[in-house]
Ligand binder design. Structure first.
Ligand SMILES: *[C@@H]1O[C@H](CO)[C@@H](O)[C@H](O)[C@H]1NC(C)=O
Ligand SMILES: *[C@@H]1O[C@H](CO)[C@@H](O)[C@H](O)[C@H]1NC(C)=O
Ligand SMILES: *[C@@H]1O[C@H](CO)[C@@H](O)[C@H](O)[C@H]1NC(C)=O
Ligand SMILES: *[C@@H]1O[C@H](CO)[C@@H](O)[C@H](O)[C@H]1NC(C)=O
Ligand SMILES: *[C@@H]1O[C@H](CO)[C@@H](O)[C@H](O)[C@H]1NC(C)=O
Length: 383
């Protein structure tokens, strides 16, 4: 009974979410044109970046994309499509003049959706980063990645790879700077990308490919450390085909779309650190992803010539990256190791959020994590 009520609520509230008296949120859809080269092998760990010169590997803009990718390599193919990217846009009713030009673009992780930034069920509304940051004066747009939630889902999951998913995110960001997202809302001047897990990896990918041309003024990358190729990491990435997991909802999808089964690894090892009811909600609101989105994380081991400000925030109890790895014990050493991949960044910082797990928005340490994120947003907005 409770379970079905949760499901129903989460679908209904997709239409319009009002998170508080001082903030208004609405559902938006942004059409984006994606023109990118993807590897013909969707499990290529470097997403095609190491096939020939990376300089030919460009998304949209005015960059060179060869008409015939086979001129570059038979191992690449071109995806040239227009997609709808759905999202929830929130802004303070009365934006403070100093923050009115700034928007946060929020990018969820693998098998999550824009719900990660703003749970739609009333019981978990206080876990909403969109509401937390809005109450502190900052607008946000939480998008559903390509293929996820209410965004376009290509029938062929091998069209959903790091190059295409990341390009769709950049295109949304360009749209936010060049066009009005809603009547009466002027284009924004500053965009801070905030990612969670694979969402952080997609923002990293854009920084690698676009470098100094990036549209983002700052990046806050949560729940992600660089992934070396060939390392196994403790993420239940590819669990089960979406078809098998939920035949009613996803029965007709290509078996190249996957979802995660048991999500307890996304929470801290100490079961007193989160609500058991959150795990139930999490299970009922899970979404899907393509195999590429799970397999192309090693792109995060490459250097980015990005010149904006960068911060990483990782939970001390993140079982994918910290618990049992020793990586997060020496924060100074970790900051230096991760910062080395961002040699041109205006600034690089890394915070280990004590107590937080991989899904740092969804456990009892969420508010501390939110405060850390807003501090970075404030700092990056002034740069
Ligand atoms: C790219 O590599 C392929 C082999 O994978 C080779 O045939 C082709 O000539 C290379 N193209 C360029 C532009 O270097
Ligand atoms: C890419 O798509 C655009 C828009 O649909 C189209 O105008 C263009 O001709 C396409 N380019 C190629 C090389 O197919
Ligand atoms: C939300 O409220 C519940 C119940 O008061 C509390 O246990 C939880 O820590 C709160 N979560 C956040 C993110 O504030
Ligand atoms: C999920 O896995 C954990 C251990 O990893 C286990 O304790 C728990 O019972 C599992 N939950 C379900 C619903 O299978
Ligand atoms: C997770 O949700 C599915 C329906 O999407 C349900 O069949 C399953 O029992 C749920 N599992 C748990 C542990 O709640």
């Amino acid at each position: 009974m409770l379970f079905s009520a949760l499901v129903l609520l989460s679908y209904l509230s997709d239409l319009h979410i009002v998170s508080g008296s001082s903030c208004a949120c609405s559902h938006v859809t942004i059409p984006v044109h994606v023109d990118a080269l993807v590897p013909t092998d969707p499990t290529d760990a470097f997403a095609g970046l190491q096939i020939n010169a990376s300089s030919v590997f460009q998304v949209n803009t005015d960059a060179f994309v060869p008409t015939d990718p086979t001129e570059v390599s038979p191992d690449l193919r071109r995806v040239n499509e227009t997609y709808d990217i759905a999202g929830t846009f929130c802004r303070p009713d009365v934006p403070s003049p100093q923050n009115a030009d700034v928007i946060q673009l929020l990018v969820h992780g693998f098998t999550y959706s824009s719900e990660y930034w703003s749970p739609s069920v009333a019981e978990f509304r206080n876990y909403s980063y969109a509401a937390f940051s809005c109450e502190r004066g900052f607008a946000s747009l939480a998008i559903d990645q390509l293929g996820v939630g209410l965004s376009s889902r290509p029938s062929d999951p091998s069209d959903v790879q790091f190059p295409t998913s990341a390009a769709a995110i950049s295109e949304v960001a360009r749209h936010l700077k060049s066009a009005s997202i809603l009547p009466g809302v002027p284009p924004f001047k500053k965009i801070i990308g905030i990612g969670h897990s694979v969402g952080s990896a997609l923002l990293t990918f854009n920084s690698i490919v676009e470098g100094t041309r990036s549209v983002f003024d700052g990046l806050i990358l949560t729940a992600l450390l660089s992934v070396q190729p060939g390392t196994s990491f403790n993420i239940p990435l590819v669990g089960i085909t979406a078809q098998e997991a939920n035949p009613d909802r996803w029965g007709s999808l290509h078996p190249g779309y996957f979802t995660t089964e048991n999500r307890s690894l996304f929470y801290p090892p100490n079961a007193h650190s989160y609500s058991p009811r959150m795990i139930i909600h999490d299970n009922f609101t899970k979404d899907l992803g393509s195999i590429s989105i799970a397999m192309q994380l090693p792109t995060t081991s490459l250097e980015a010539e990005y010149t904006g400000a960068v911060a990483k925030v990782i939970g001390s109890e993140d079982r994918s990256f910290c618990v049992g790895t020793g990586r997060c014990d020496d924060v100074v050493a970790l900051r230096a190791a991760e910062g080395a991949l961002w040699p041109a960044a205006k600034s690089f910082d890394l915070v280990v959020a004590q107590g937080s797990g991989h899904d740092m928005n969804l456990d009892f340490f969420a508010r501390e994590a939110f405060a850390t994120l807003v501090e970075f947003v404030e700092r990056f907005s002034r740069l």
